[in-house]
Design a protein around this ligand. Structure first.
Ligand SMILES: [Zn+2]
Length: 378
């Protein structure tokens, strides 16, 4: 049991409408020869603004495309490109996978790294760790680094222009932060930052939760209108900065372990990280015997946000044989579920997963909310 308390954070966090216009000078402070990593779709959206900003300080634009997942091969290939091009800072532009691959590559190549998320869809950008996947998109491993990104920059107009589903996913990821951090604070487990949580880390997780409950529905309205409002700014900060600091330094528990377990079920492929995490959060609330009102409020709120809270909505059912494999994967040694303040067995987890189906259907019906629709992976 560790009695050391640790907080980790990126060196600089920059958020706002048209923040990309400030990238050139910020990047010039970190290196002279950046390698920008972005897939073709992302580059078609932000490439012009990034290029203009870099040109303004005389920095040349070298862009490397990216595939779908942060795999071992994708990371190694980036390292080769960094060395071949003599780059001194690598910049991940796009979603969580691009950013995770860039962090891992920057660490291996021993240069600085920068995260530029183009949606507020996950809490990956600020942390000092990457999630590595198999070629098929199943969870493979966490990789930990001795430092966080040198810069995280998020342009809220880019977030407002992105599909609303990205923000929905980010809210799902961020809602887990407080539920997991308070479980870790109650127990004796350690966080991804490498110690017991600080009061600061736990408090940031709580602030993340409060901002989401107050602002999420209006932030979704803003993204549907492609506008930047104070509600959107609050949710972007919650999803990106507070969820990032909150998970890394407040701690992960059952919800993310259940997410990782769910990636082993092929039916769930194609769903976003945050959608699967939301199933994990509700399952954790059941597992820990959270107050009935809190569970009910969570089902109502996440249904209104548009997040799944039934097995049906992630392509599974209470009879799915995959539930046993999900529970086994979520409870392997080293998984964050063991930071819960009580021991969790695979049997307990299968029971909790099977419970959420009827629970959410009952609460949704009682509140006049729509019935779940079966998710079918294309
Ligand atoms: Zn997450």
């Amino acid at each position: 049991m560790s009695t050391v308390h640790v907080l980790a954070s990126p060196s600089r966090y920059v958020q706002g409408k048209d923040a990309l216009a400030t990238l050139g000078p910020r990047l010039a402070e970190l290196g002279a020869a950046p390698l920008l990593v972005a897939d073709d779709v992302v580059w078609s959206i932000v490439g012009p603004a990034v290029s203009t900003s870099l040109a303004g300080v005389g920095t040349s634009v070298v862009r490397e495309p990216f595939g779908t997942y942060a795999t071992v091969a994708a990371v190694d290939s980036l390292v080769e490109n960094i060395r071949a091009g003599g780059h001194d800072v690598v910049v991940g532009i796009g979603g969580g996978s691009t950013i995770d691959a860039v962090k891992a590559a920057g660490h291996l190549a021993q240069i600085r790294w920068v995260s530029i998320p183009t949606a507020a869809s996950s809490d990956a950008p600020t942390s000092a760790l990457s999630v590595i996947y198999t070629d098929d998109g199943a969870f493979l491993e966490y990789r930990f680094f001795p430092k966080n990104p040198d810069l995280v920059l998020i342009d809220t107009q880019v977030v407002a222009n992105a599909p609303v589903a990205f923000l929905v996913g980010g809210i799902g990821d961020a809602l887990a932060t407080w539920v997991e951090a308070r479980a870790v604070a109650r127990g004796t487990g350690t966080t991804m930052a490498g110690g017991r949580p600080t009061h600061t880390g736990t408090a940031l997780a709580r602030l993340c939760w409060d901002l989401l409950w107050e602002n999420s529905l209006q932030a979704l309205d803003a993204v549907r209108a492609k506008t930047v409002t104070p509600a959107l700014e609050a949710v972007v900060e919650a999803n990106t900065l507070l969820s990032g600091l909150g998970f890394e330094s407040g701690g992960l528990a059952a919800a993310h372990a259940i997410h990782n377990g769910l990636t082993s079920a092929p039916q769930t492929h194609g769903l976003t990280h945050g959608q699967k995490v939301n199933i994990g959060t509700l399952t954790q609330l059941v597992l820990e015997g959270a107050p009935a009102q809190e569970v009910e409020d969570f089902v109502v709120f996440t249904t209104k946000v548009g997040l799944p809270n039934t097995l049906t909505e992630i392509g599974l059912s209470t009879d799915s044989p995959e539930l046993a494999a999900v529970a086994a994967a979520a409870t392997v040694e080293g998984e964050t579920i063991h930071a819960m303040p009580f021991p969790v067995t695979p049997d307990m987890l299968v029971d909790a997963l099977r419970t959420i189906e009827g629970l959410s259907r009952r609460v949704r019906a009682a509140h006049g909310l729509p019935e779940p629709v079966l998710y079918v992976h294309a």
